[in-house]
Design a protein around this ligand. Structure first.
Ligand SMILES: Nc1ncnc2c1ncn2[C@@H]1O[C@H](COP(=O)(O)OP(=O)(O)OP(=O)(O)O)[C@@H](O)[C@H]1O
Length: 574
């Protein structure tokens, strides 16, 4: 609740209107049986004038009640929608402020459920809350007092009915709370499976894995259905149970009145009013039960939202203006272990990369090449040692300075849905046509962008599926170079390019980004052969260092990689 309080403040006026409307509704609801009783007494006494007067009043009250109900629903919905929208925006902003490692720890699909399903739960409870939170206790207490006032000798029927109903409700709520928690977990599981399957649909299809995937998905989906069905069963049993209890209570009171009707004829009018109040008490309890189950579900959701909101980003940035810094990089005895791993992925790496030079990184899969690059972009911080850019520890650089200085192009490039121009403007907001053309020329992307009917305004669909692997990589390189960064990291970023295009990209980079420090991670030695220095990584350590020619003499690992690739190429040429 503490989490939601600040959000309610913004909707003070709407909350007041909703509350006043509910008071009107409660007043009208409680007064109607009283009026009905007066009318019935007047009918018995054949007092037409009273029947007419009180009948009109009853009509007015009914209309007021309806107006109160409608206004309350509209304003409760306004508060609920507003709170949910604001909370979603803040949660999204919070997720953006988290470090890469924090997002990985939560898992992206889990965060998606929190931003959608959990926020919906909050919206529902806020809506139900403003409709019911004042209505239930007022109706309950009001109807109870008026029922006792109407037939004081039958107070015990109400007490017995209440005790039984409350006991049944408590048992149901306890069971359902466990099922609600389970539902959230199952929704997450279904989401994760659906996301993985759809993102990897090509792999699924090419390995004819549809049946396995369907089985995995239906298992998770069945689990969710089972839990949801259990909640449904409880609701299905609860309603008839409540009505059975109320009907028994009414039956008993009618029986007692029937026994005494000859001595107390006024009981005939009173019993209708009494039964109405009994029903109002019952509805107050039923709604209270619903509100409690909703609330127990929402409490779990609020807890999950709060968990994200109160996460302190594991990485903070120094304050300060955006600065122009040099692109020289230093690794000073850097050791790094992934969160949760017990073995370091990088071990005591020391390396100097002068500004404007090119570094090539080779090594077996899993040797730590990407990890090393990620430390330059400060996606993670080292456990020991320092990474310096322009002589400054990256931990002391303002985020904007770092992002402006380092451009990181990945093998599996992520382009955002929108247009090509919008993707490029994410990196350089003031990018004009000539800047885009310049960058696209370097990345050898201009040739296909110019063929598109809308050129740079061509749409990029979700997951950029309207472009081929090679086109996606070229667009990513375009985005990487457009702001002319001091440091450019190409992490296997040309793997989908043919040899000719890759060579043209390399030549353009040398020609156009002369002062940029370029770090190229590549499987193929041909991609880094011209680098000023090359490092060979093995199990997180630098096991070879020098130019291509140095390494051919000094590094057995490098020689092996080179010979294998050469033999493969010769084999292909034969
Ligand atoms: N987010 C992560 N959490 C835990 N371990 C990770 C994570 N990312 C990578 N690793 C592990 O760290 C090691 C190095 O991974 P890294 O991606 O740096 O290797 P790489 O040399 O770039 O491999 P490749 O050539 O296959 O891309 C691997 O053993 C990998 O399993």
């Amino acid at each position: 609740m503490k989490t939601l309080m600040p959000y309610f403040k913004r909707y003070r006026v709407d909350i007041w209107v909703a509350t006043i409307a509910v008071l009107l509704l409660v007043f009208a609801t409680l007064w109607q049986p009283r009026l009905l009783q007066t009318i019935m007494e007047a009918i018995i006494k054949n007092d037409q004038a009273t029947v007419l007067r009180e009948g009109l009043l009853l009509l007015v009250l009914a209309v007021l009640g309806i107006i109160g109900g409608i206004v309350n629903t509209i304003y409760s919905a306004r508060v609920a929608l507003g709170v949910a929208t604001d909370l979603r925006a803040d949660l999204y902003a919070k997720v953006q402020s988290l470090a890469y490692a924090d997002v990985e720890k939560f898992a992206p699909s889990n965060l998606v459920v929190r931003m959608t399903n959990d926020i919906n739960q909050v919206q529902q409870i806020v809506m139900a809350g403003f409709q019911q939170i004042t209505r239930i206790p007022l109706l309950f207490v009001g109807a109870l007092i008026l029922a006792v006032m109407t037939m004081p000798e039958q107070w015990w029927i109400i007490v017995v009915m209440m005790v039984v109903i409350i006991l049944v409700t408590l048992v149901a709520v306890r069971r359902m709370t466990t099922y609600f928690a389970q539902t959230q977990e199952d929704i997450e599981q279904v989401n994760t499976l659906a996301r993985e399957n759809l993102m990897g649909i090509r792999v699924v299809k090419s390995f004819v894995q549809e049946k396995n995937e369907i089985k995995k998905f239906s298992n998770a989906s069945d689990e969710l259905t089972n839990v949801t069905a259990k909640i449904g069963y409880w609701f299905a049993v609860l309603m008839p149970a409540f009505f059975l209890i109320a009907n028994v209570a009414m039956g008993v009171s009618v029986y007692i009145v029937g026994q005494n009707i000859t001595t107390h004829p006024s009981y005939l009018a009173a019993i209708t009013s009494f039964i109405s109040y009994l029903m109002q008490i019952l509805f107050a309890v039923i709604n209270g039960g619903f509100l409690m189950t909703f609330a127990s579900r929402a409490v779990i959701s609020i807890g999950r939202i709060n968990e994200v909101m109160t996460t302190t980003p594991s990485m903070t940035y120094a304050d300060g203006p955006v600065e122009q810094i040099l692109g020289d990089i230093q690794f000073d005895h850097v050791t790094f272990t992934y969160p949760g791993d017990d073995q370091p992925t990088l071990k005591d790496v020391t390396l100097t990369i002068p500004a404007g030079s090119m570094l090539g990184i080779v090594g077996a899969t899993g040797s730590g090449k990407t990890t090393l690059a990620q430390l330059i972009a400060r996606l993670y911080d080292p456990d020991e040692g320092r990474v310096l850019i322009g002589g400054v520890d990256v931990r002391e650089l303002p985020e904007k300075t770092l992002r402006k200085t380092v451009a990181y192009v990945l093998q599996r490039s992520t382009l955002f849905s929108g247009t090509i121009a919008e993707n490029l403007r994410q990196v350089k907001p003031d990018a004009e046509a000539q800047h885009m053309a310049w960058a696209a020329d370097i990345a050898q992307a201009a040739e296909f962008i110019d063929q598109l009917p809308q050129t740079y305004d061509a749409p990029v669909e979700e997951r950029s599926q309207n472009f081929s692997g090679g086109q996606k990589q070229r667009l990513s390189i375009t985005r990487g170079v457009i702001a002319n960064p001091e440091i450019l990291i190409l992490d296997d970023a040309t793997s989908a390019l043919d040899a000719r295009s890759e060579k043209l990209v390399q030549e353009a980079l040398d020609r156009e980004l002369k002062t940029t420090t370029t770090i190229v991670i590549a499987e193929k030695i041909a991609s880094i052969i011209r680098a000023d220095q090359i490092i060979v990584l093995d199990d997180g350590q630098i096991v070879g260092h020098g130019t291509h020619h140095d390494l051919l003499k000094t590094s057995t690992v490098y020689q092996m990689i080179y010979q294998t690739q050469k033999a493969r190429e010769e084999g292909l040429n034969d």
